[in-house]
Structure formats: C-alpha cells, structure tokens
Design a protein around this ligand. Structure first.
Ligand code: ZN
Length: 441
C-alpha cells in the first residue's frame, strides 16, 4: 500500500544520466537514528544534502520503504537495532542508483515524512514519523475521586523539547531536554502525592512532541492546568534566574520575551508539524474567544509559582511575563511556561543537573500550584469540598457544673500541666463560669 510520497526538495534531474556511467552517488546517508515515544516512533536519516525520496508501506510482513534518489550509505553508517514500532532496519541498492531503506515494523503504521534544514546540531535530515494506522479509541478519563469526595484537579506537566530537539545546551554539554524532564518527573511525583490532585506527564522519555500534540494531550486528559517546563539560554553567561510566562495574544512583554518565544516556537519547525490543517484558521478564531479568561487564571497561577520559586531559586523577573508561546495556546486550559534557570549560566547549569535541585524546583512549583487551587478551587473538586483547616483562633472553654480540670484536659486532648500553665493555674481548683484557654493539642 502506498501511503504517501515525499516532496522533491531539490531538482536533480541532471544526475540521472550520469549515474549510468558509474559516477559516485550525489547523496549520502550519514546516519540513521530512532526515537520512540508511547504513541509514535520517529526515524531520522542524516543526509549529506537535500535528497529526493519516496516512502511507502507494505504488508506481509509489515514494513516501510524509503527510496532515496541517487544515494549511498556512508561507510560509517551503522544501522540501529529496533526501537518503538521498528524492529529492524535494512538497506539495499536499487538498480537506478537509489538507496532503499527498509524499516521492519511490528504493526501496520502510517508513515509521515518531512525534511529539515541544518541547525546547530544536525545537518540535512529526513524525518519519518510512524504512527499506528488504526486510531486507538479515545479513552475517557475516569475522574479520580477521593474517599471524601470531589474530583482531582488535573495538572498536565510538559517537559519542553526532547528527542532530536535538545533545546538549549550549556557550556558543559547539559541539554535542556534532559534537565526539564527530570524536573517534570519530580513535579509529577509531588502532584501524585498531593490529595485532590492528579498529574499527567505529557512527555515521559527522550522523544519530540509537536506543540499542538502537547496541548492536545492536556486537553484529552481534561487538565485544569498546563505547565510547560524549560530552561533558558543567553549569550551573556552571567544572566541567571527563573522566569514564568503566560501567553500574550498580542506581542510580548519585552523584546527578550519575544525572542525567547521565537526560539521556543522554532522547535516546532524541528518537530516539523504541518500547519496546513484546513481548520487551522477557524480554530484560531474560536481559540481567541475563550483565551482571555484562561490567560487571567494563568497569570494568577504563575504569580503564586514565582512566589514559591523565590524561596529556592534566583528570580529573573518578579512579574509574570507575557509572550506568544505556541505551546501555551490552549483555548480553555490555564497554561504557564516556566524557564526554571539559565543553562548558559555555569553554576545554574551544574545545579540543574542535580536531582536535588530538580526536586527543589519541582516542590516550589507544586506549592505555587496548590496555593492557587486552594484559593480558587473548581466547584466540583476535592479542594472545593475539603477546604484546608482554617488557622484556629484559640479555643475558649466555659466551665460548667461538674467539670474537672483533668476531665477538660482529656476532652481537648491536651496535657494537664500545659493546660494549667497556659491558664496560670497553680492548683487543680476551677470555678463554674471560669473561662479557660485551650492550647492546640
Ligand atoms: Zn525550551
């Protein structure tokens, strides 16, 4: 079954005649990498130059075939073993000078391909995403109900970047994609341990997800909040500290915020999402209608998170910043993006690598989120039905007939000596109508 053809990127018609004369192939496959996520497998071919190709899939056994025009495999190219849906990779040379790459897959998959221009890390690439052909049925989340009632507040936790998109990289080679995954996993554990909350970890591994897919997962999980975790980089290595962003519909708070948004958004070009969906325009219109309310909630949550982060980290900007991040564009889910630190700052790069600092950041983020939802619980939530105990004003006890000091101490579960001490009593004698202060047990 032919399920799709790649686009010709470069016209190489003139090569065809030459090939027959045994002239060296114009293109080379320099490497082949596999990344597997829970729902898709990504195959990346590193190419010496833009290369025309076509892709189709075959059954019996299931495989995906990529024919690359006028191409050979570089001698150093080693083929990876299986990963995700791919159980094996083979290559062979076709009579017309094409290099055929065969991906043996463990089920029928739908290959989607696109090419990428060189970036800081990689050269020309052909990327093939394999997803199962038969769409898995959407499983409706059963809300986690605590014994005491009320649904759990769902927090979607997104670790930025991943897979062939490393994000920012520090001078010691620490990748943003790795440290933010560590922080995201810690935050997931913190939320999991919180009564009345439930985490959904959007990316749990070293693979790339397009921005819209990240939001899509949050929406499918019916998240109450989407938190995207990043680490920033700047050419001045002295710059340090955390910043919390929310979406702005127009422009950015300042120039730096705009440049950051451009950089973060650019990873979707790496992810190669097709923005050609027909309903994109309509979706954008609908999105803008419901976005304003979500933005004000986002700002309030971000505010709480900054306050808590201030106790464990340097804060770069004490105010919420606004910038047009793609990953925050969800119509109805309040969303924040946290640049936890500057990976370009050597001491923050070192700290970010440690599990201890990742956990401190995660705890602070957790605490900020809880602060917000305690004050603004969704009506049907556990938080709404189980408000935290109020700070109690001292209990006063009016003594009535027949009561004894030891009986009162027992009743309030306080020790007799403390009860006497608090009320400046030397003996055990009490009077009817006397008022005792009862200390907290
Ligand atoms: Zn980032």
């Amino acid at each position: 079954m032919i399920s799709g053809f790649g686009r010709c990127i470069l016209s190489t018609l003139t090569f065809t005649g030459l090939l027959l004369n045994g002239v060296a192939n114009a293109h080379e496959v320099e490497g082949l990498r596999l990344w597997s996520g829970p729902e898709s497998t990504r195959v990346v071919l590193d190419l010496s130059a833009p290369t025309p190709y076509r892709i189709f899939s075959l059954d019996n056994p299931y495989r995906v075939v990529i024919d690359l025009t006028d191409t050979r495999a570089a001698q150093a190219t080693s083929l990876p073993g299986g990963r995700g849906f791919v159980v094996g990779v083979r290559t062979g040379v076709q009579p017309q000078g094409e290099l055929r790459v065969v991906l043996d897959v463990n089920q029928r998959v739908n290959p989607q391909s696109f090419v990428l221009e060189p970036n800081d890390v990689y050269g020309h690439r052909l990327v093939i995403d394999l997803t199962p052909t038969d769409d898995a049925p959407v499983v409706k989340r059963a809300p986690r109900v605590d014994r005491t009632g009320g649904r759990a507040i769902v927090i979607a936790i997104d670790a930025g970047h991943g897979g062939d998109d490393p994000g920012a990289t520090g001078s010691r080679g620490v990748h943003e994609k790795d440290v933010v995954l560590g922080i995201a996993r810690s935050l997931t554990a913190e939320i999991e341990a919180q009564s009345g909350m439930k985490p959904v970890l959007v990316r749990d591994g070293d693979y790339y997800l397009p921005h819209r897919e990240r939001m899509g997962r949050a929406r499918r999980a019916e998240a109450d909040l989407f938190v995207s975790i990043h680490a920033d980089a700047f050419r001045d290595s002295r710059v340090r500290g955390a910043t919390v962003y929310v979406l702005s519909e127009q422009g950015a708070t300042d120039e730096a915020a705009l440049r950051l948004a451009e950089r973060e958004n650019a990873s979707d070009l790496i992810g190669g999402v097709s923005l050609a969906d027909k309903d994109e325009l309509l979706a954008m219109v609908l999105l803008d209608l419901s976005q304003s309310a979500a933005i004000s909630a986002s700002a309030a949550i971000g505010d709480r998170v900054i306050k808590r982060l201030g106790s464990v980290a340097t804060i770069r900007k004490s105010q919420i910043q606004q910038a047009p991040f793609l990953v925050l564009k969800s119509p109805d889910i309040p969303s924040i993006l946290i640049e936890t630190a500057y990976i370009s700052n050597p001491s923050e790069e070192l700290a970010l690598k440690t599990a201890g600092y990742q956990r401190s950041l995660a705890r602070a983020i957790h605490d900020g989120i809880v602060d917000y939802f305690r004050d603004n619980p969704p009506a049907d939530s556990y938080f709404a039905l189980n408000p935290p105990p109020q700070r109690q004003s001292p209990v006063q006890h009016l003594i009535s007939r027949g009561e004894t000091l030891s009986g009162i101490a027992q009743h309030y579960n306080v020790s007799l000596p403390i009860l006497k001490q608090v009320n400046s009593l030397s003996g055990d004698v009490i009077r009817i109508g006397q008022v005792l202060s009862i200390p907290a047990g």
